[in-house]
Structures are given as C-alpha cells and as structure tokens.
Design a protein around this ligand. Structure first.
Ligand code: 5RP
Length: 239
C-alpha cells in the first residue's frame, strides 16, 4: 500500500513518462503547467527530462506564482499566453484536480489558482490531470467545496446569488495571513457546497453569468485524460 503523497508523485511522474513515450510531450512544444502538490512532481519530472536531454526547446506557461517559482528553480523557460512564442494556444496542459467526476468533469481551485488554470486548460489542444485516488468522485457539489473567484467589491451580491442557487458559501480565509485569501489575480475566493449533487456543466455557465464572478472551479468544457494513482501502486489512465 502506498500513501496519498506517494500516489501523487506516482501519478505525476507516470503521466509525464507515458506522454513523452506517446509523443504527446515533445521537444519544442508549448506546455501549460499546473499548480499544487500533484502538479509539482510533474513539473519536476519535465525539468529532469530537459536536464538529461530527452526534451529541449520546451516553452511553458505557468498557472500560478507557485509554478512560476518552480520553473525558475528547475530552469524551465516560462512565457505568458500573450507572448508571441505562445500565440494564445498550447499543445498540452498538465495539472492536478480536487475532484474528478464521471466523464472527467473536474473541480479545481483548491490552491486558488483556478482562473489561470482554466485559461491554460481551455486554450490547450490537450488536457491531462494527475491525481491520487481520493480525487475520483461519483458526483460534484457535496464534498469538495467549489471555489468561485470573485471581485472583492461584488462579494455580497455574488454570495446572495450563489445562495439562491442553493449553495452554502464560505469566504476563504488565509493561512498565516489575517483576512481572506487574495488570489494571484488580486481577487477573493468563495467556497460553495450544496446539500445534494449538482449538474456541474450547467452550473459552470450559470455561476459564470453572475456579475462580479471572475471564474468558477468547474471544468466541464474540455474533458481531460486523467492519470489516477491507486494505493496498490497501479496507475489508471482514464479518458
Ligand atoms: C490549484 C488546483 C490544484 O490542482 C488542486 O487543488 C489539486 O491540488 P493538489 O494536487 O495539491 O491536491 O486546482 O488551484
């Protein structure tokens, strides 16, 4: 039996190695790099493959300050989506997830990086998520709270509208920082749970239509390939 942390590393490293073998991670490509404790070992594995000469000319777009710092530390060249070298689209994005539902719908944003993660994922030709087995769920809404990134000035009206949609809302508080979490984009996060499972595809649009919402953490418009590591040491590739 392997621990959750070991599963995260196993899923991440296996995914990168399989994708390199299949030619889906390749030299010269434009790659989106995710955020969190499962995405980081994937970033590290890509750096190792650059260092040993397997990969070259990789152009990365980072989804957070955490990932930018990791790329700087590991020597992976970082660009923005707007740089000419990237031109607004990526070949592939690899990231973690908080929930992987049936059909690989996702909840993301546990690390408050959902906005840039979605910009990167939704503008990539392919999307891959890496996760330990605890992330696989039957449905969304009742377990991991859905993060909603909001403009601070709109907090009260947005919460009222989310509550009308049946959500219980909690303003995310900082750790080792008094007051709310401020995202990499200068916004706040409302974490939402429901008493019963919700239709993620429908709610992604409904929530994003609320004035003052910047983005929500449902990812239903691009369905990733998921590499899910299990406690028995196996890795399932779920498309
Ligand atoms: C950050 C994310 C992460 O991918 C998600 O929270 C999973 O994190 P971890 O791999 O640390 O469990 O969406 O905004």
């Amino acid at each position: 039996m392997i621990s959750k942390d070991e599963q995260k590393v196993l899923a991440a490293r296996t995914a990168v190695d399989v994708l390199v073998k299949k030619g889906r991670i390749f030299s010269g490509m434009k790659i989106g790099l995710g955020t969190g404790s499962t995405a980081m070992p994937a970033v590290k594995r890509i750096a190792e493959l650059i260092a040993d000469g397997t990969l070259s000319g990789i152009k990365a777009v980072a989804t957070s300050f955490q990932t930018t710092l990791a790329c700087e530390e590991f020597g992976i060249p970082v660009y923005t989506m707007n740089d000419k070298a990237i031109g607004g689209t990526l070949d592939l994005a690899i990231d973690g997830a908080d929930e992987i539902g049936k059909g690989n719908s996702l909840i993301k944003g546990g690390g408050a990086a959902l906005l840039r993660e979605k910009i990167v994922a939704y503008n990539s030709k392919a999307f891959v998520v890496v996760a330990d087995e605890s992330k696989a769920v039957e449905n969304h809404g009742t377990k991991f709270p859905l993060p909603v990134e909001i403009i601070a000035e709109a907090r009260v009206p947005v919460v009222q509208k989310l509550e009308k949609l049946g959500a219980k809302c909690v303003l995310r508080e900082g750790v080792k920082k008094a007051g709310p979490v401020i995202t990499d984009n200068g916004n706040m996060i409302i974490d939402c749970t429901w008493e019963n499972p919700v239709d993620a595809a429908k709610l992604e649009d409904t929530i994003n239509d609320i004035t003052g919402v910047v983005e929500c953490g449902f990812f239903t418009k691009i369905r990733p390939t998921a590499f899910i590591a299990h406690s028995d040491g196996s890795v399932e590739e779920r498309s």
